[in-house]
Design a protein around this ligand. Structure first.
Ligand code: AMP
Length: 197
């Protein structure tokens, strides 16, 4: 999902706004928000809406977002979507990239990220040149929220709290479903098509 959101942002020359990235940056910088968010993220739980909604609405109001933006990983709950609607933010389209649960477990459990620069690798799909080492800089680690047990918790949270958003945006006529393919390039083509359809 992050990969696709970044491609959309690049193509249209608009900012990519990822709540996960914002939380991780806050954790890295040791902010109060980061400290609070981390306790939830490490358990595979969603960060409470009170800590999430204002952050996004503020971010959207910044200058670089005046010609549009891609929201990645937000909204993730019905109250978040309602808060967006209530703030007057108009969402044009919602892209839901569907991947079966089993595949998500394989994809996430194999992900490794660089401690230093945040670059992402995969044990099966995107191996670094040297095992355990980032091609640009540091050591590769597994994000705590990518541990297989945490991934299963995140999937449960997804089905309970995020999946109902499909119906919410279907009713608003904004939902476009894209089947997540084996190849990232195919998913990208389908995602970009869904934006133009
Ligand atoms: P992501 O990188 O989008 O997978 O997000 C990583 C983690 O950050 C999630 O598992 C949540 O704990 C938290 N998070 C990101 N976006 C949201 C959101 N919109 N609402 C609540 N928690 C979020």
């Amino acid at each position: 999902k992050g990969t696709q959101a970044k491609k959309i942002a690049e193509k249209y020359g608009i900012p990519h706004i990822s709540t996960g990235d914002i939380f991780r940056a806050n954790i890295k910088n040791g902010t109060e928000l980061g400290k609070k968010a981390k306790t939830y993220m490490d358990q595979g739980l969603l960060v409470p809406d009170e800590l999430t909604c204002d952050l996004v609405v503020d971010r959207i109001q910044q200058d670089d977002a005046k010609n549009g933006y891609v929201l990645d990983g937000f909204p993730r709950t019905i109250p978040q979507a309602e808060a967006l609607d209530a703030s007057g933010v108009v969402i044009d389209r919602v892209i839901d990239i569907e991947v079966p649960d089993e595949k998500i477990v394989t994809r996430m459990s194999g992900r490794r990220v660089c401690e230093k620069c945040g670059s992402s690798y995969h044990l099966l799909y995107k191996k670094p040149a040297v095992e355990g080492v980032c091609t640009n800089c540091g050591t590769l680690v597994q994000r705590k929220d990518d541990h297989p047990d945490t991934v299963k918790d995140r999937l449960r949270v997804y089905h309970e709290q995020t999946e109902p958003l499909k119906e919410y945006y279907e009713k608003q006529g904004k939902l476009h479903i894209v089947e997540g393919q084996e190849e990232v390039a195919d998913t990208t083509a389908l995602t970009l098509k869904a934006l133009e359809a």
